[in-house]
Design a protein around this ligand. Sequence first.
Ligand code: TXA
Ligand code: MG
Length: 342
Amino acid sequence: MNTRVYDLKTEYEAGMDAAADVLRQGGLVAFPTETVYGLGADACNGAAVSRIFAAKGRPGDNPLIVHVCAAGQAGEIAQITPLAAKLMDAFWPGPFTAVLPSRGVVCREVTAGLGTVGVRMPAAGSARELIRRSGRLIAAPSANLSGRPSPTEAGHVLADFDGVVPIILDGGPADCGVESTVCDLTGEVPIILRPGGVTAEMIRQAAGEVQVARAVLEGLGKDEHAASPGMKYKHYAPKAKVWVVDGDSPNTIAKKLKAMYDSMQDEKCVILCADCRAGEYPGRNVMSIGADRAAIARNLFGALREADRQEYANVFFEAVSPDGMGLAIMNRIIRAAGFHIV
Ligand code: TXA
Ligand code: MG
């Protein structure tokens, strides 16, 4: 199969029409959202959704998020509780996925047999237009091979799926860079299953209360049940070994990191850190990945892919405090590191 990349800046109409056709015929389309690129299929077509799992090598028990283009569509596939209505109103369109009781309308491949369904209305206008034009609800995980860093540019999607996916819509680099916040809204209090572009603080402000699932910053115990099945798999991992370096102060972190880096001189190493920290590491390979948390989140996955491209054996990452966007950043990087924090 030939993969056709449409640049949405210059080929918007042609790209959208071709992609909508492919979706209606049960095929796969990679498309940009404000978080990361998604790999979409018709959420009510079991054979189409199975193609997503096959292309990604994704375990069948890990459910997919259903993307809608209007808040009203959520009620067709899920039961909207008062809490859900409030949070959807606050955060849609945007990087917020509501996990709600399913009405059984989407195919069972999407929900992986769970009684709940994750629903999200993306902020990216082209994503909503694609849903509208196709006349379908779109089930879409991130458009990466299972286990690899999520794609924040069309080139990342092409690297994983060239010759496998017929259409990639190129909308430029993703704004947010980490995936949506997945939030269980089936109870009285919202529970963050996966932190993302909408922070815990924002949800607390809108709902009055919020809980964060323990697995967000810790691995699951051996026999522990995963509230969000995606949390039990190794994730976001580049080929390089990732070391997350933590400490009581920036100074302690830098000291520890330098000692580790210098002890691995026979291997190719790189340090990922905030722009203002790059000067701490003279004479060493540094990729500065942004001035603030939002920029670090935006650039994180791309930096992990770049580290592989440059064949680094070890990637060192300065831990950030887990508040605001820091929670999503730490959730992703500790998974990339296989839960290994030093
Ligand atoms: O930003 C995003 O959410 C991107 C874009 C494309 O929308 N999508 C994305 O999908 O990140 P994916 O499949 O890579 O991650 C979805 C996560 C998984 O951890 C999955 O287990 C969880 O959401 N999830 C989906 N449905 C669920 C459900 N019914 N209950 C609990 N967790 C669910
Ligand atoms: Mg993913």
